[in-house]
Design a protein around this ligand. Sequence first.
Ligand code: DAH
Length: 340
Amino acid sequence: MKELLQQLREAALKAILNADDAELEALRVRYLGKKGELTAILRQMGKLSAEERPAMGQLANQLRAEIEKAIDERRGELQKILLERKLERETLDVTLPGEKPKLGHKHPMYNVLDQIKDIFIGMGFEIVDGTEVELADYNFTKLNIDEGHPSREWTDTFYFTEDSRVLLRTQTSGMQIHAMETRKLPIRIIAPGRVYRKDEVDATHSPMFHQIEGMVIDKGVTMSDLKATLNLVVEKIYGEGTVTRFRPHHFPFTEPSCEMDIQCHKCGGKGCPTCKGEGWIEVLGAGMVHPKVLQGCGIDPDEYSGWAFGMGLERLAMGEYKINDLRLIFENDVRFLEQF
Ligand code: DAH
């Protein structure tokens, strides 16, 4: 009987060692199951003497344990092999070309803004950022725009409060005041950003648009600095030799004030559709910072002077890219944007 057990052991262990997952279960049934080979051998225990029985019983139990262990081990081994194969199959080939994500597209207006920022940074200006929700004090009062001025009307300006104290800024000029109140002199800044006015949408109007404010405050700054700087900027944008003219104008926060035109770069001043037959294109408003404004910000107008300008960014971009309708700039139709 011992020999039978020994034969069973050898046969079982050998079979288990080479079995695959499905075969393992069959082997377990075959050797250890109720109708299995081990049970069949044990049935013959009756033939043994009472002295032999316990030893044989122990031997059989050991064999059962050994076969179970072998099955477990083989199962573990198979799982390991399976996992290895799976990992091998799922290995990433990092040398394969990837899928390119579709990148967005820079808005043409921001191309123009970047260009202008670069020009001014090159001249030692700093770019400053302001909030679009503003106090009437900064949007109007401190800029020498008194109560009762038409631009303060509720029909023109978006107010947040009944007392007309808080509003959506209608111009970036308030940034002049913020800069003078918070910065050390001398000051050289440009402040681009959104502004809001109660305008109906059409090909040239939008209730939201962008301005770029610029300002210099230093000792001995004059109107000729203003003209020289702006002429230089215009030449960088529109090309060397671009002709400008400065027309007298009125703004409450500058004195003297002017508007700057450029001679139409399309027709050279003869008159064409681009300049609407005028020969000139209005580009910006500017002037020498009003002494009252300086004083209101704690700057002595006898010691310091400055100049400022404000221009519309959309108009500039439309001119540069020959865009004929302002609405195209805000609609963000990629078919339009991708042309630039
Ligand atoms: N803020 C003015 C506007 O919206 C433009 C302007 C004019 C700005 C003269 C200035 C300036 O800084 O000096 O029409």
